[in-house]
Write a protein that binds this ligand. Structure first.
Ligand code: CTP
Ligand code: CA
Length: 222
Protein backbone atom coordinates (compact mmCIF):
# COMPACT_ATOMS: atom_id res chain seq x y z
CA UNK A 1 0.00 0.00 0.00
CA UNK A 2 1.13 3.56 -0.75
CA UNK A 3 2.43 5.49 2.24
CA UNK A 4 0.63 8.76 3.01
CA UNK A 5 2.67 11.89 2.30
CA UNK A 6 4.66 13.17 5.29
CA UNK A 7 5.91 16.62 6.04
CA UNK A 8 9.52 17.20 5.03
CA UNK A 9 10.40 17.56 8.70
CA UNK A 10 13.85 15.99 8.31
CA UNK A 11 14.99 18.28 5.49
CA UNK A 12 18.62 19.23 6.16
CA UNK A 13 19.24 16.14 8.31
CA UNK A 14 21.96 13.65 7.47
CA UNK A 15 20.89 10.20 8.59
CA UNK A 16 22.97 7.01 8.62
CA UNK A 17 21.25 3.64 8.97
CA UNK A 18 22.91 0.24 9.24
CA UNK A 19 20.84 -2.81 8.36
CA UNK A 20 20.94 -6.56 7.90
CA UNK A 21 23.37 -9.19 9.12
CA UNK A 22 27.13 -9.32 8.89
CA UNK A 23 29.04 -12.30 7.53
CA UNK A 24 32.20 -13.39 9.27
CA UNK A 25 34.09 -15.64 6.90
CA UNK A 26 35.97 -18.65 8.28
CA UNK A 27 37.39 -19.48 4.86
CA UNK A 28 36.48 -18.31 1.31
CA UNK A 29 33.26 -20.36 1.22
CA UNK A 30 31.98 -20.43 4.81
CA UNK A 31 30.79 -17.80 7.20
CA UNK A 32 29.06 -17.18 10.54
CA UNK A 33 25.97 -15.02 10.26
CA UNK A 34 22.39 -14.56 11.53
CA UNK A 35 18.88 -14.38 10.01
CA UNK A 36 18.46 -10.57 10.06
CA UNK A 37 16.22 -9.63 7.08
CA UNK A 38 17.20 -5.96 6.98
CA UNK A 39 13.53 -4.94 6.82
CA UNK A 40 13.62 -2.73 9.92
CA UNK A 41 16.64 -0.73 8.74
CA UNK A 42 15.33 -0.38 5.20
CA UNK A 43 12.04 0.95 6.63
CA UNK A 44 13.97 3.56 8.67
CA UNK A 45 16.01 4.59 5.60
CA UNK A 46 12.90 4.93 3.41
CA UNK A 47 10.93 6.83 6.03
CA UNK A 48 13.83 9.25 6.63
CA UNK A 49 14.21 9.75 2.85
CA UNK A 50 10.49 10.49 2.47
CA UNK A 51 10.75 13.10 5.22
CA UNK A 52 13.51 14.93 3.38
CA UNK A 53 16.68 13.57 5.00
CA UNK A 54 19.91 12.81 3.17
CA UNK A 55 20.22 9.09 3.88
CA UNK A 56 23.14 6.63 3.79
CA UNK A 57 22.17 2.99 4.24
CA UNK A 58 25.04 0.64 5.15
CA UNK A 59 23.68 -2.80 4.43
CA UNK A 60 24.72 -6.38 4.95
CA UNK A 61 23.54 -9.02 2.45
CA UNK A 62 19.72 -9.02 2.35
CA UNK A 63 16.95 -9.93 -0.11
CA UNK A 64 15.74 -6.34 -0.53
CA UNK A 65 16.27 -3.92 -3.43
CA UNK A 66 18.37 -0.83 -2.63
CA UNK A 67 15.86 1.97 -1.93
CA UNK A 68 15.62 4.71 -4.57
CA UNK A 69 17.01 8.05 -3.48
CA UNK A 70 19.17 6.54 -0.73
CA UNK A 71 22.96 6.11 -0.85
CA UNK A 72 23.34 2.38 -0.21
CA UNK A 73 26.76 1.03 0.78
CA UNK A 74 26.99 -2.78 0.63
CA UNK A 75 29.17 -4.51 3.22
CA UNK A 76 29.68 -8.07 4.43
CA UNK A 77 31.79 -8.21 7.59
CA UNK A 78 31.53 -6.26 10.85
CA UNK A 79 34.90 -4.65 10.10
CA UNK A 80 33.57 -3.44 6.72
CA UNK A 81 30.39 -2.24 8.42
CA UNK A 82 32.46 -0.33 10.96
CA UNK A 83 34.55 1.43 8.30
CA UNK A 84 31.48 2.40 6.24
CA UNK A 85 29.42 3.59 9.22
CA UNK A 86 32.24 5.62 10.80
CA UNK A 87 32.94 7.28 7.45
CA UNK A 88 29.26 8.11 6.81
CA UNK A 89 28.70 9.21 10.43
CA UNK A 90 31.07 12.17 10.07
CA UNK A 91 28.80 15.19 10.10
CA UNK A 92 25.66 13.09 10.48
CA UNK A 93 22.77 14.22 12.68
CA UNK A 94 21.47 10.75 13.45
CA UNK A 95 22.88 7.21 13.31
CA UNK A 96 20.47 4.28 13.64
CA UNK A 97 22.12 0.90 14.18
CA UNK A 98 19.61 -1.77 13.21
CA UNK A 99 22.35 -4.07 11.86
CA UNK A 100 22.67 -7.44 13.54
CA UNK A 101 26.44 -7.21 13.94
CA UNK A 102 28.15 -10.55 14.61
CA UNK A 103 29.83 -10.32 17.99
CA UNK A 104 32.81 -12.41 16.85
CA UNK A 105 34.85 -13.11 13.76
CA UNK A 106 37.43 -15.79 12.99
CA UNK A 107 40.71 -14.93 14.68
CA UNK A 108 42.41 -16.08 11.48
CA UNK A 109 40.51 -16.20 8.21
CA UNK A 110 41.80 -19.11 6.11
CA UNK A 111 42.79 -18.08 2.59
CA UNK A 112 41.93 -21.53 1.21
CA UNK A 113 38.89 -23.70 1.66
CA UNK A 114 39.37 -25.86 4.74
CA UNK A 115 38.96 -29.58 4.06
CA UNK A 116 36.99 -31.75 6.45
CA UNK A 117 38.99 -33.60 9.10
CA UNK A 118 38.09 -36.62 11.19
CA UNK A 119 36.56 -35.69 14.56
CA UNK A 120 35.79 -32.40 16.23
CA UNK A 121 37.22 -29.06 15.19
CA UNK A 122 37.73 -25.92 17.23
CA UNK A 123 37.19 -22.46 15.73
CA UNK A 124 39.04 -19.61 17.36
CA UNK A 125 36.85 -16.47 17.40
CA UNK A 126 37.86 -12.98 18.39
CA UNK A 127 35.50 -10.12 19.37
CA UNK A 128 34.38 -7.59 16.78
CA UNK A 129 34.52 -3.89 17.64
CA UNK A 130 31.29 -2.44 19.05
CA UNK A 131 30.38 0.21 16.50
CA UNK A 132 27.51 1.79 18.46
CA UNK A 133 29.74 2.09 21.54
CA UNK A 134 32.49 3.63 19.42
CA UNK A 135 30.08 6.25 18.08
CA UNK A 136 28.89 6.85 21.64
CA UNK A 137 32.42 7.69 22.77
CA UNK A 138 32.60 10.60 20.30
CA UNK A 139 28.97 11.52 20.40
CA UNK A 140 28.89 15.30 20.16
CA UNK A 141 25.30 16.33 19.43
CA UNK A 142 24.75 13.47 17.00
CA UNK A 143 21.77 11.32 17.96
CA UNK A 144 22.42 7.60 18.37
CA UNK A 145 19.80 4.88 18.28
CA UNK A 146 20.34 1.16 18.75
CA UNK A 147 18.22 -1.96 18.52
CA UNK A 148 18.37 -4.97 20.80
CA UNK A 149 16.77 -8.38 20.72
CA UNK A 150 16.60 -10.02 24.12
CA UNK A 151 15.09 -13.26 25.34
CA UNK A 152 14.82 -12.18 28.99
CA UNK A 153 15.13 -9.14 31.29
CA UNK A 154 14.69 -7.04 28.15
CA UNK A 155 14.13 -3.56 29.55
CA UNK A 156 16.87 -3.91 32.14
CA UNK A 157 19.39 -5.27 29.64
CA UNK A 158 18.48 -2.74 26.95
CA UNK A 159 18.74 0.18 29.41
CA UNK A 160 22.15 -1.04 30.51
CA UNK A 161 23.22 -1.27 26.85
CA UNK A 162 21.93 2.22 26.07
CA UNK A 163 23.85 3.61 29.06
CA UNK A 164 27.03 1.66 28.32
CA UNK A 165 27.05 2.64 24.64
CA UNK A 166 25.89 6.23 25.24
CA UNK A 167 22.88 5.80 22.91
CA UNK A 168 19.91 8.16 23.21
CA UNK A 169 17.59 5.17 23.18
CA UNK A 170 17.33 1.54 22.17
CA UNK A 171 14.37 -0.17 20.58
CA UNK A 172 13.96 -3.54 22.22
CA UNK A 173 12.20 -6.53 20.72
CA UNK A 174 11.87 -10.22 21.40
CA UNK A 175 12.58 -13.11 19.02
CA UNK A 176 9.66 -15.19 20.27
CA UNK A 177 6.68 -13.00 19.42
CA UNK A 178 4.84 -14.41 16.39
CA UNK A 179 5.56 -12.60 13.15
CA UNK A 180 7.74 -9.91 14.71
CA UNK A 181 11.47 -9.45 14.94
CA UNK A 182 13.59 -11.38 12.44
CA UNK A 183 12.05 -11.46 8.98
CA UNK A 184 8.52 -10.27 9.75
CA UNK A 185 6.82 -7.15 8.39
CA UNK A 186 5.60 -6.14 11.84
CA UNK A 187 7.48 -5.32 14.97
CA UNK A 188 6.54 -5.03 18.62
CA UNK A 189 9.09 -2.87 20.33
CA UNK A 190 9.70 -1.08 23.58
CA UNK A 191 11.60 2.19 23.56
CA UNK A 192 14.20 2.02 26.35
CA UNK A 193 16.22 4.98 27.57
CA UNK A 194 19.61 4.89 29.32
CA UNK A 195 17.94 6.03 32.57
CA UNK A 196 15.82 2.86 32.58
CA UNK A 197 12.51 4.48 31.62
CA UNK A 198 10.63 2.84 28.76
CA UNK A 199 7.53 3.04 26.56
CA UNK A 200 6.01 -0.14 25.12
CA UNK A 201 4.58 0.38 21.63
CA UNK A 202 1.74 -1.82 20.41
CA UNK A 203 2.58 -4.23 17.60
CA UNK A 204 2.61 -2.36 14.29
CA UNK A 205 4.35 -2.31 10.89
CA UNK A 206 8.10 -1.79 10.72
CA UNK A 207 7.36 1.35 8.70
CA UNK A 208 5.29 2.74 11.59
CA UNK A 209 8.06 1.81 14.05
CA UNK A 210 10.45 3.74 11.78
CA UNK A 211 8.10 6.73 11.79
CA UNK A 212 7.90 6.80 15.60
CA UNK A 213 11.64 6.31 15.94
CA UNK A 214 12.23 9.39 13.78
CA UNK A 215 9.53 11.34 15.65
CA UNK A 216 11.36 10.59 18.91
CA UNK A 217 14.72 11.62 17.38
CA UNK A 218 13.18 14.91 16.26
CA UNK A 219 11.80 15.54 19.74
CA UNK A 220 15.23 14.95 21.28
CA UNK A 221 16.79 17.30 18.75
CA UNK A 222 14.38 20.22 19.35
N1 CTP B 1 26.20 -3.25 17.90
C1 CTP B 1 27.29 -2.65 17.28
N2 CTP B 1 28.47 -3.33 17.16
C2 CTP B 1 28.60 -4.59 17.65
C3 CTP B 1 27.50 -5.21 18.28
C4 CTP B 1 26.30 -4.50 18.39
O1 CTP B 1 27.17 -1.50 16.84
N3 CTP B 1 29.76 -5.22 17.53
C5 CTP B 1 24.94 -2.50 18.01
C6 CTP B 1 23.77 -3.15 17.29
O2 CTP B 1 23.67 -2.73 15.95
C7 CTP B 1 22.58 -2.70 18.13
C8 CTP B 1 23.16 -2.54 19.53
O3 CTP B 1 24.57 -2.45 19.37
O4 CTP B 1 22.10 -1.45 17.72
C9 CTP B 1 22.82 -3.64 20.47
O5 CTP B 1 23.24 -4.87 19.92
P1 CTP B 1 23.32 -6.15 20.86
O6 CTP B 1 23.82 -7.31 20.08
O7 CTP B 1 22.02 -6.29 21.57
O8 CTP B 1 24.42 -5.65 21.90
P2 CTP B 1 25.71 -6.36 22.47
O9 CTP B 1 26.47 -5.28 23.15
O10 CTP B 1 26.43 -7.11 21.39
O11 CTP B 1 25.14 -7.32 23.58
P3 CTP B 1 24.88 -8.92 23.62
O12 CTP B 1 25.97 -9.45 24.49
O13 CTP B 1 23.54 -9.04 24.27
O14 CTP B 1 24.90 -9.45 22.21
CA1 CA C 1 25.51 -8.81 20.14
Amino acid sequence: PAEPARAQDLAGWRVVVSAGPTREYLDPVRFISNPSSGKMGYAVAEEARDRGADVTLVSGPVQLPPPAGVRTVPIESALELRAAVLEAARGADLVVMTAAVADYRAAEQAQEKQAKVAGDVTVHLTPNPDILAELGREKGDRLLVGFAMETHAGVERAAAKAARKNADFILLNYPTRQGTGFGGDDNEVTLVRPDGTSDAWARTSKREVARRLLDEARRLRD
